[in-house]
Ligand binder design. Sequence first.
Ligand SMILES: NC(=O)c1ccc[n+]([C@@H]2O[C@H](COP(=O)([O-])OP(=O)(O)OC[C@H]3O[C@@H](n4cnc5c(N)ncnc54)[C@H](OP(=O)(O)O)[C@@H]3O)[C@@H](O)[C@H]2O)c1
Length: 102
Amino acid sequence: MTERAALGSFSPDMRAVVFGAGGGLGGAIVELLASSPRVAKVYAFTRASAPPVHPKVEALRFELQDEESIAAAASRCKPEGPVHLVFVATGVLHAGAGLQPE
Ligand SMILES: NC(=O)c1ccc[n+]([C@@H]2O[C@H](COP(=O)([O-])OP(=O)(O)OC[C@H]3O[C@@H](n4cnc5c(N)ncnc54)[C@H](OP(=O)(O)O)[C@@H]3O)[C@@H](O)[C@H]2O)c1
């Protein structure tokens, strides 16, 4: 299935939010969304400041363990219209010898 077909059920000017946009999965999703003609805007939330990878992408900061920063993230996206997709790619896959993927 092509990415265009995969996004076919969304609004043709869809707006998406990705949390964890600096990670492996989140970064790949941001690139995929930004490359789709159906996507008008991607809000890419990361812990660290990151340069936008595409003109449609706005890089923004947030911290998952700080509720106020999550509320601020929602406030940032809301005024520009409806969000059609929220993709949460935060987490920890591995952290040294004590925490490894299955
Ligand atoms: N990769 C896989 O094959 C796979 C398979 C199954 C499940 N998963 C799960 O999917 C999730 C993402 O995987 P990944 O491979 O993309 O991992 P990753 O490259 O380590 O990315 C994790 C992301 O989570 C962010 N993050 C962690 N703690 C945060 C916090 N307190 N506040 C804000 N952001 C935080 C990281 O931000 P920073 O960039 O600032 O560190 C990073 O962007 C993980 O939960 C993983 O267990 C992954």
